[in-house]
Design a protein around this ligand. Structure first.
Ligand SMILES: CC(C)(COP(=O)(O)OP(=O)(O)OC[C@H]1O[C@@H](n2cnc3c(N)ncnc32)[C@H](O)[C@@H]1OP(=O)(O)O)[C@@H](O)C(=O)NCCC(=O)NCCS
Length: 201
């Protein structure tokens, strides 16, 4: 298993002894546990979200599907990012960006910093890969700590209903979303039929 992020985020002492968590690249072996975790933490309606329209039938952005695994190899957290066009700039040129989500941590590991480690790893990796901005729909009270705000999404829209205060962005390159306007569209690699089948299983 390739471990490419080793941060030193403190884990609550009472649980740290029991839970040595690593952030690793997602593998095919993680997929069933990831889907079960998402069903538990987000419920079956997760597939009806506006963000899902930008993910359905697509592969995550290259190198940007991450898993948190405990010392026994159990999946305890997941985050993925997706290639999108964040509307167009003032010249009408599509703006490449990433959509983050879903982010989820197993109930057994919540509050131990795993979500934060996944977020920091995802942001760092996206920056290293040269991406200009990350967008997401989520609770500002959680995502503000990583630098996300609703300011850059003011003239952007999701392809479905979204609460404006939950439509957030982080610019990795200064002013990457300056003048961005319009509806987000999916630009990621399409899944093969085989991949579609295995993801749905
Ligand atoms: C949200 C989630 C990913 C956080 O993971 P985590 O590993 O527990 O998060 P961390 O340990 O890094 O951070 C915990 C902190 O975030 C806060 N927090 C967690 N969820 C929050 C939320 N929705 N809004 C505001 N703060 C939140 C906790 O109160 C805690 O605060 P503290 O540091 O002041 O004590 C996890 O609770 C989860 O999977 N929730 C269900 C799925 C979900 O809602 N995902 C999308 C989030 S919008």
């Amino acid at each position: 298993m390739t471990v490419f992020v080793a941060d030193t985020c403190a884990i609550a002492p009472a649980r740290a002894r029991d839970m040595a968590v690593e952030i690793v690249a997602e593998t095919a072996a993680h997929v069933p546990a990831r889907e079960a975790l998402l069903d538990r933490q987000m419920g079956p309606k997760r597939r009806l979200k506006s963000s899902e329209k930008l993910r359905r039938g697509r592969l995550p952005a290259e190198g940007l599907a991450l898993s948190a695994v405990d010392g026994e190899g159990n999946l305890v957290g997941t985050v993925r990012l997706w290639n999108v066009a964040a509307g167009v700039d003032v010249d009408g040129t599509a703006i490449p960006a990433l959509l983050l989500g879903p982010l989820a941590v197993d109930a057994s590991a919540e509050g131990l910093g795993v979500g934060s480690r996944l977020m920091r790893a995802a942001i760092s990796k996206a920056r290293d890969l040269g991406h200009g901005a990350i967008l997401l729909v989520g609770d500002a009270a959680y995502y503000e700590r990583f630098g996300f705000s609703a300011g850059p999404t003011g003239a952007l829209a999701m392809p479905g209903p979204v609460e404006r205060s939950r439509f957030l962005a982080l610019e990795l390159v200064d002013d990457h979303l300056a003048g961005a306007a319009g509806v987000l569209t999916a630009t990621g690699r399409r899944m093969s039929e085989r991949q579609l089948f295995s993801q749905a299983a």
